[in-house]
Design a protein around this ligand. Sequence first.
Ligand code: SF4
Ligand code: SF4
Ligand code: SF4
Length: 453
Amino acid sequence: MMQGILEIYGYGKYKDVITMMDLERFTSATGPTGGYIKRADGGDVQKMAIVLCAGSRDKNYIPYCSRICCMYSLKQAFVLKKMLGIDVTVYYIDIRATGKGYEDLYWRDQEAGVVFIKGKVAEIYKNNANGKLTVLAEDTLTGETREDEYDMVALATPMVAPAGLKELADKMKVAVGEDGFITEKHPKLDPVDSLVTGIFACGCTLSPKDVRDTVSDGLGAAAKAALFLKSDYVTTSPEKAFVIADLCNGCKACIPVCPVNAITMQGDKAVIDPFQCVGCGACIPVCPQEAIDFRNATSRQIMATLRGVLAEKQPSEIRIVAFVDKNVGYTGMDFLGLDRASYPENIRIMAVPSTAILGLKHLLYAFAYGADGILVIEGSQEIDEKFTKKRMIDLGRELAKYGVENMRVRYSYVPLPVYKKAAELFSMFTERIKKFGPLQEEKRKAIREKLQV
Ligand code: SF4
Ligand code: SF4
Ligand code: SF4
């Protein structure tokens, strides 16, 4: 994938198109050129371009910001201009000089005479008449398209996950994100814990990092590991999935669903490692034998709660069950309470460990015992995208087989910063269900017969 953008920039085709890592070696006194910058043919370099975001922040290549390239490019531009007397032009989309002293470096570059052009480079090609490299870019501040010639071009290429990280992570059953870096337990509260108890991660295994952040991470991970080893026992939350061995028929349907590889087979039975399980609940509705349950939120507990919130419902009354994930979504519900937000009294909020735990039986059970509409609210984007969104569409189709209009179920991703959206959602959905009216009693009866409850 990266090859495509590097080819457009002439990397591999023109020897004087190099990466910033190559440049770092050239400017080093112990590097191959003893600290001098020479063209491939041995000629002097008088004009040099540095291209930032060469493949980063681009949805076709590497979508994220590589975080450190602005800073090391500013440093190199200063060295080239001030110490080696080379004219330097930096092409940039934005300069992200965050961190102590880096904005100062940006100013020093400008004072030294480094030229900054705001614009994405479209192409780099050679002018065969004089052997110079031409950089084609649009200056977004003036709107003009520029073609400027240089002796050498250095590309600030993306920082990607270390080679072999995925293989190592797979062996240790540590989850890796779509970007190829290890997924931390919580980006703010547990930034160096992996999703597996007792395995810590730091530095560039987690995301692009500079030296300072990498050292901080390393210290944090070492302290966490020391605390972990010092203790005579390991603690973990009890809220994890578990297999009821007597019901498991060894079909293995649950194994590929688990995002952290917590489920393995022992003989012909599935087993869940409680130290690896992150409690997402995703394996529960996929088990055809209903052989997986969740501690502190077992199916029986969920059904009993449903019966409770739907008890004593009058035939003409509209009642809506809102399943809300306990971690993020429910915190938003608490905030609604603290705000004294008003929403229809028809809503009954019910916390579940994660909305991924919900299957057809939960929805049918709610309708059987009196719900006229069901809302599913998830606050974690990961759970929503991996499981809830798709499952709710599928479940809507399944409900139609029982004569329940799929408009009676609605799911929504409500992250914490927009928790107030939930109150609007409650009002809107209640209006919709009022138009439908209560679910007909014969449909409830048919569902009860099917569920044998
Ligand atoms: S750090 Fe700068 S050069 Fe690197 S990807 Fe981010 S914005 Fe682009
Ligand atoms: S899906 Fe259910 S029955 Fe199949 S292996 Fe997993 S726990 Fe056992
Ligand atoms: S609850 Fe989630 S993490 Fe735990 S075993 Fe099931 S799928 Fe895996």
